[in-house]
Design a binder for this molecule. Structure first.
Ligand code: ADP
Ligand code: ZN
Length: 636
């Protein structure tokens, strides 16, 4: 095959089966390399499009593609998605009966399955497979599970080294979103693919917006945040189980379909909650960090951290669960001084105290950032980044910095006057001249500097104190009731005129009410109508809504409004199978929508006659019953 021919074949397969017009970054290179028999290591962020890298070659290679995947839920999702695209795929694992597994192996033997998913624990099937079929490609998904360096280590993954030994000529591709070097080395060593072509794409998830806000009136802020996102799916991560339950209840009372999820719930209940989330029946989950691993839901549109996470790794993994379909998704983190105190306590009680503390400090620096947050994240993961991203709150609303030396001096002398014996809230009350019991009982009103900052609001003063703390101008003795302590740098400010720069507190954004109106009325909004249709079709088939079409494709349909088969197939994300299965229903809904609109909108200008062939003559799928009796009125 000439290079142009093979290129054309790749694009045709991409469109026919997956519905996409173009490859994403690195996909084509990886696919071509695998088709040429080379081993590959693929590092791509979540949502980068790893699956197609082995699923497309599987369609072009003669035999079976074997996919090793760690979780049954992930396998099921992938197999559902492949079947929906008209690709024969199946999995064998311990959740199925022997009979079911045997039936699948029979189908493999007949050559009617192109991709077979297998858990690393089920490799006993491997011998059988090599006897009944030829394996053309092996893909190892979530390959970081092989490494005890990183998170999610799975002992069964370490047994995979025999694959390359037994099938040395079969190309093997290892895929993961975990980029660190130690894990990478481990993967290629353990899988015996040291010569593998390495494809490392940026760790950046440009479609995720990043925002951090002070954690005051969080429930109110959260409700405001949700107003602009009716029906959209998201996760609120909380620190405690109790908090997940309380918050879910508050959201329910405010009309949101929300549920709590934590490790203390019975496993059956947890599975049900997870299932309802995946199927969009319960679009909002308030969860502890246990939630999300093994969920491949592509249309999670937002993530909120109700509390400060304990490290950047966890935070990045959690926000990474949003926007896997590549569409914009929002992330919002609340943090407060109380979170820091609690997390410090956790860290102190952990086995690895120093490392945990250092990681928490990095998390705090992120929360308090005065320059691009994305750069901080990327640099943390070893990817040099300096350009402002334009999609984080700091880039969009750069903080106003001012000379805060005098405020800093007041705060630090307050700590000194209280003899370094009091925690932050007492210091703030003291500086603001409060007359509460904690002040009066100890006669603090008699001390110098009492009330020197009474012109500054409580919250603002707290904001300045935390900034000073994070810049190292004083410390907290967590072992001594969180009392505040001065250090060398404090003395520089107090006695040597060392300048301190502080940032002004940011006003919390308010949601524009018009925006809410616009998106929440499904009658006026084709996207919402198509979304409801998608849910109906998905429920009838027993698959998650995003298996029918992901949000990106649904948006394309809503924007393009196709009313012929050709136009429907031309949508990015619609392949042949999906045209066959869903074209009729979606086109009918668009026609109904056009009709409703034509009736409702009174034309202000004369109506133009359509000269083109009426659209229903172009489309074989249209249901006669749903056609308008007359030509719809087209508003010029
Ligand atoms: P990963 O496994 O890297 O997290 P997926 O393979 O699940 O990512 O892909 C993420 C999303 O991107 C899916 O909805 C997938 O259909 C979509 N996608 C993959 N490749 C393309 C492409 N070339 N064009 C458009 N969308 C794509
Ligand atoms: Zn930025």
């Amino acid at each position: 095959m000439s290079p142009t021919n093979s290129d054309a074949l790749l694009y045709k397969t991409l469109k026919d089966y997956f519905g996409y017009e173009a490859f994403r970054h690195l996909q084509k290179e990886i696919i071509t390399s695998l088709l040429n028999g080379k081993d590959n290591l693929v590092i791509m962020p979540t949502g980068g499009g790893k699956s197609i890298c082995y699923q497309l070659p599987a369609l072009l290679l003669p035999g079976l593609t074997l996919v090793i995947s760690p979780l049954i839920a992930l396998m099921k999702d992938q197999v559902d998605a492949l079947n929906a695209n008209g690709i024969s795929a199946a999995y064998v694992n311990s959740s199925q009966s022997d009979r079911e597994n045997r039936d699948i192996l029979d189908r493999v033997q007949q050559g009617s399955i192109k991709l077979l998913y297998l858990a690393p624990e089920s490799l006993s099937f491997f011998e059988q497979l090599t006897q009944i079929t030829s394996i053309s490609l092996i893909a190892i998904d979530e390959a970081h599970c092989i490494s005890s360096w990183g998170h999610d280590f799975r002992p069964a993954y370490t047994q995979l080294s025999f694959l390359k030994k037994q099938l040395p000529n079969t190309p093997l591709v290892a895929l993961t979103a975990t980029a660190d070097k130690a894990t990478r080395e481990d993967i290629v060593q353990q899988l015996n693919i040291v010569e593998a072509q390495q494809n490392i794409s940026s760790f950046n998830r440009a479609n995720l917006s990043l925002e951090v806000r002070p954690g005051q009136e969080r429930v109110k802020q959260l409700l405001d945040f949700l107003k602009s996102k009716p029906n959209e799916s998201g996760i609120v991560y909380c620190l405690s189980r109790k908090q997940t339950e309380q918050l879910a209840e508050r959201l329910q009372k405010n009309g949101y379909a929300a549920a709590a999820y934590h490790a203390g719930l019975p496993s059956q209940e947890r599975s049900k909650i997870q299932e309802d989330f995946i199927h969009d029946t319960t679009p909002i989950i308030c969860a502890t960090v246990a939630f999300g691993m093994g969920i491949d839901k592509s249309n999670v549109r937002w993530i909120v951290h109700y509390n400060l996470p304990k490290n950047i790794e966890g935070y990045y993994q959690e926000i990474g669960r949003a926007g896997r379909d590549g569409l914009d998704a929002e992330t919002l983190l609340f943090y407060s001084y109380a979170d820091v105190v609690q997390l410090r306590k956790f860290a102190e009680n952990s086995g690895n105290q120093e490392v945990q503390m250092a990681k928490l400090d990095r998390m705090l620096q992120y929360a308090e950032a005065t320059h691009c947050r994305r750069n901080i994240l990327l640099n943390y993961f070893g990817e040099p980044a300096t350009d402002s991203c334009g999609n984080c709150d700091v880039c969009n609303h750069p903080p106003t910095l001012f000379d805060g030396t005098i405020i800093a001096q007041k705060i630090l002398s307050g700590i000194y006057r209280l003899q370094e014996n009091e925690p932050l809230h007492v210091l703030i009350d003291f500086l603001r001249g409060s007359q509460n019991a904690q002040i009066l009982d100890k006669n603090y009103q008699e001390l110098k500097t009492y009330g020197v900052a009474k012109d500054i609001a409580w919250k603002d003063l707290q904001h300045y104190c935390i900034q000073l703390l994070n810049q190292g101008f004083f410390e907290i003795a967590f072992h001594q009731n969180n009392s505040l302590k001065l250090n060398e740098l404090s003395k520089e400010v107090l006695f040597n005129g060392h300048k301190v720069e502080l940032s002004k507190p940011v006003e919390i954004n308010k949601v524009a009410p018009t925006e809410v109106q616009k998106t929440s009325n499904p009658d006026n909004n084709l996207f919402e109508r198509l979304r409801a249709l998608r849910l109906e079709l998905a429920t009838a088939k027993g698959v998650p809504a995003y298996i029918v079409f992901n949000d990106a494709t649904l948006r394309n349909i809503a924007n393009e409004r196709p009313i012929t088969d050709e136009d429907f197939l031309a949508i990015n994300g619609v392949g042949k199978q999906k045209l066959e299965d869903y074209g009729y229903d979606f086109i009918s809904e668009i026609i109904r929508f056009n009709k409703d609109k034509a009736v409702r909108i009174k034309p202000t200008k004369p109506i133009k006659k359509i000269k083109k062939t009426p659209y229903w003559l172009l489309t074989k799928h249209i249901n006669k019953a749903c056609l308008p009796k007359k030509l719809p009125k087209i508003v010029a």
